[in-house]
Design a protein around this ligand. Sequence first.
Ligand code: PHE
Length: 349
Amino acid sequence: MDLFDRLKDLREQGLAEIKEAESEKSLNDVRVKLVGKKGDLTQILHQMKDVAPEKRREVGQKVNELRDLFNENLASAKDSLIEKAIEARLEAEKIDVTLPGRRKHVGSKHPIRIIQDDLERFFIGMGYQVVQGPEIESEHYNFEMLNLPKDHPARDMQATFYVDADHLLRSQTSPVQARTMEKHDFDKSDLKMISPGKVYRRDDDDATHSHQFMQMEGLVVGKNISLSDLKGTLELVAKHEFGQDRETRLRPSYFPFTEPSVEMDVSCFECGGKGCAICKNTGWIEVLGAGIVHPNVLSAAGIDPAVYSGFAFGLGLDRFAILKYGIDDIRDFYSDDVRFLQQFRQEED
Ligand code: PHE
């Protein structure tokens, strides 16, 4: 067979092989076989020596033409194979956009957290800083620094969970008062702080008692801080939380770290003061304890009580939430029942 016939055959056969290749890999095998270094076309060129000299030019041209033709066809076959692969993938990975979306279960704020966040914003707006203290506290800060020396009878009221001989789960947030006073630079500014957090008491849990609850401590120390400052501040808090038309009253009370000590009542928001089940027919609801910081507490923190004075208060966030939302069992706060919690979902949640 002469070279021209062989070229003709190769042309037909090669184009057919290119057409039949079903994958990029088999197409590549075809490419190597046709136009590769040791491929069919190269082999034909090797046989040039057998061709009559006057025909060599023509054969060379034909070989080059055929190589171009193969290369073009190989390239377009490759493109269409890639396109087919993409299409197959798109088909296989098709998503049904009409399927309903998966609902995300987003939690909602705990009612105590709602009150805490709200009060924090309220106090920050009045220039208070928010301070945290440890939940495992030393007797030194939980009692001694607060004018409750060892063997003081008022310690019994706060008997709590001891971790070792002189560390306990704090029974109140008041130790944060002492910790903050010690560190504060009174030459620079007065001290105005609140401290929200968990506290613990050895209590039998029932509808109105919990061995764990939340308090928010408040403390202001500066020059000329008086009981009227305390009263004005607490009145703002009461009106903010329980309604602008609430009345407040202070009753004398006792805390070792304040003198005088008071408890604040607000007029009952249920009956407006006439007397009902919520206020136990007194017209008043007790909401917090407070007082003027005891000179011993100032001295213990290295502050001169002849120059500085202050007021402090401690409110129960659980109690605020119970009153505000009409909750009848404090244990609901700690039982992780989403049906209870979801009632307090707010717009922003
Ligand atoms: N720590 C007191 C308590 O737990 C509350 C309180 C705080 C009273 C600050 C006066 C001043 O009951």
